[in-house]
Design a protein around this ligand. Structure first.
Ligand code: SAH
Length: 455
């Protein structure tokens, strides 16, 4: 279809949905138009800014009729910062938008419009929840700033006032901006050799233990030891300060080399009554309040009686495995990152859990091997990264014939794609439960329970 609009043209349109970036989506004479800042249910006036083959984008000029859920964003840089996307919508409205996103993906991609999606399980206090944040570093002359990138740019907006992180992160960012500017040599701060590229903060809400990771572009950065020392002096909760060396230009945040600058390497966290030791490169779920809600759903959907064998694929530091282990006979965990598998083993021991076995390797390689070895789980849990499960993984799981598959997903699009495959291979969807792990942002987490159709 030829675009019925020209750049610069002012159009009015009704917003029907929300894109995966959190932008309002509407149609103008049948042509798709994205309008950042507009909400579903609104009629808006937009200035056409960009035209592509199948869609156009417009700048929001005026809201002609407001959605009932529109609110004033709490953060003053919300318009520019890429950290969150939905602060202009009331929380209950955000949750309903997310439910529709999942429902939409099931209709369009999985072609299962009839499957109901439960209302999203949300937070009581949807602010300050993040236990981890990765701030970018930007330089200007002899000083530097920590913060999120401005949407679509590599310019840092702000770090020292984010509403999604705990207070201590904002205070540390503010402290470090001054200390780093004072102690680091910021002469040549271009390209990948930039002395400091990112700063990662991690904390445990339950133990208060906090870790700081400086990701640097070179092995030796003079002044960094001094900054690490003053950081632990100023913040008693900081038990670990590490340097990660990443000289590559690839978007991956961590390089392979680590160096301890102060304190110890790991922090201790708790989920429910389980204790976890977390080493710096390992993944942990970002919302410590909602992670319990999420894992309880997984446990509920697993319907364990104590005799089952469970496989937990993409298991990270073994959190779901250990959460299920006490109600199962045996649990196998599979994870690519070796440090995470080491953590998982340590965590099993820490909690005196003896019926878990963890395997390091890519799921697409480990699973076919376990299948060959004759491992037949009753329940399979998968919790893949955004790109979803590799076809080999889905294939091996269905050949193992578990009676239930529990799919935990952070991307409704790849979730729907994989559910369709699992459905074709003999599994039907029983429950679809989104859990809000990322309030104020457009991200959606979903737990799905599927069961095997006996032929
Ligand atoms: N279930 C865990 C981790 C989920 S995040 C939790 O709830 O905390 C996804 C995990 O998959 C990460 O730990 C990542 O390292 C791992 N991963 C990514 N690709 C993988 C692959 N191809 N094979 C196995 N694990 C992989």
């Amino acid at each position: 279809m030829k675009a019925p609009v020209k750049p610069g043209e002012i159009i009015s349109l009704s917003i029907e949905g929300v894109s995966h970036q959190g932008w309002g989506v509407g149609r103008f004479l049948g042509f798709t138009v994205f309008v950042p800042g507009a909400l579903p249910g609104e009629t808006v006036e937009a200035e056409v800014s960009l035209i592509k083959k199948n869609y156009a984008s417009g700048l929001l000029k005026k809201v002609l009729s407001e959605a009932a859920g529109r609110v004033v964003p709490r953060c003053e840089v919300f318009d520019r910062c890429g950290g969150c996307q939905l602060q202009h919508a009331e929380y209950s409205f955000q949750l309903e938008m997310k439910r529709k996103t999942v429902q939409d993906a099931l209709s369009r991609i999985a072609r299962m419009p009839e499957v109901p999606v439960h209302p999203v399980l949300g937070m009581e206090e949807p602010w300050g929840y993040r236990n981890r944040v990765q701030f970018h570093v930007s330089y200007s002359g002899k000083s530097l700033r920590l913060g999120f990138f401005e949407t679509g740019t590599h310019q840092v907006v702000q770090g020292a006032g984010c509403h999604l992180v705990p207070e201590i992160f904002n205070r540390m960012a503010y402290f470090l901006e001054k200390e780093l500017s004072r102690h680091l040599e910021l002469g040549q701060s271009d390209g990948n050799q930039r002395p400091l590229k990112h700063v990662v903060f991690k904390t445990s809400r339950s133990t208060g233990e906090t870790a700081v990771i400086f990701v640097t572009g070179a092995a030796s950065v003079s002044g960094l030891d001094q900054v690490a020392y003053s950081l632990v002096q100023a913040f008693p909760g900081v038990v670990s300060v590490m340097q990660n060396i990443n000289t590559s230009a690839a978007p991956r945040i961590f390089g392979s080399q680590w160096r301890l600058l102060a304190g110890q390497e790991t922090i201790t966290d708790k989920i429910g009554d389980l204790v976890f030791s977390v080493s710096p490169p390992s993944f942990v779920q970002i919302n410590p309040v909602q992670v319990e809600v999420l894992y309880r759903k997984v446990l509920e959907y697993a319907e364990l009686k104590g005799t089952e064998t469970v496989i937990d694929i993409y298991c990270g530091i073994g959190t779901i495995s250990l959460f299920l282990a006490r109600q199962a006979s045996r649990v196998y965990g599979v994870e690519e990152v070796e440090a995470a598998v080491d953590d998982a083993k340590k965590n099993a021991a820490l909690n005196d859990i003896k019926n878990c076995e963890f395997q390091a390797g890519k799921a697409e390689e480990v699973l076919p091997r376990l299948l060959q070895e004759g491992i037949c789980p009753d329940v399979a849990v998968v919790d893949p990264p955004r790109k979803g499960c590799a076809p080999e993984v889905l294939d091996a799981i269905t050949k193992m014939k578990p009676s239930r598959i529990i799919y935990v997903s952070c991307d409704p699009g790849t979730l729907a794609r994989d559910l369709r495959v699992l459905n074709e291979k003999g599994y039907s969807i029983k429950e679809v439960q989104p859990v809000d792990m990322f309030a104020q942002t457009v991200h959606v987490e979903t737990v799905v329970m599927m069961s095997r159709v006996e032929k």
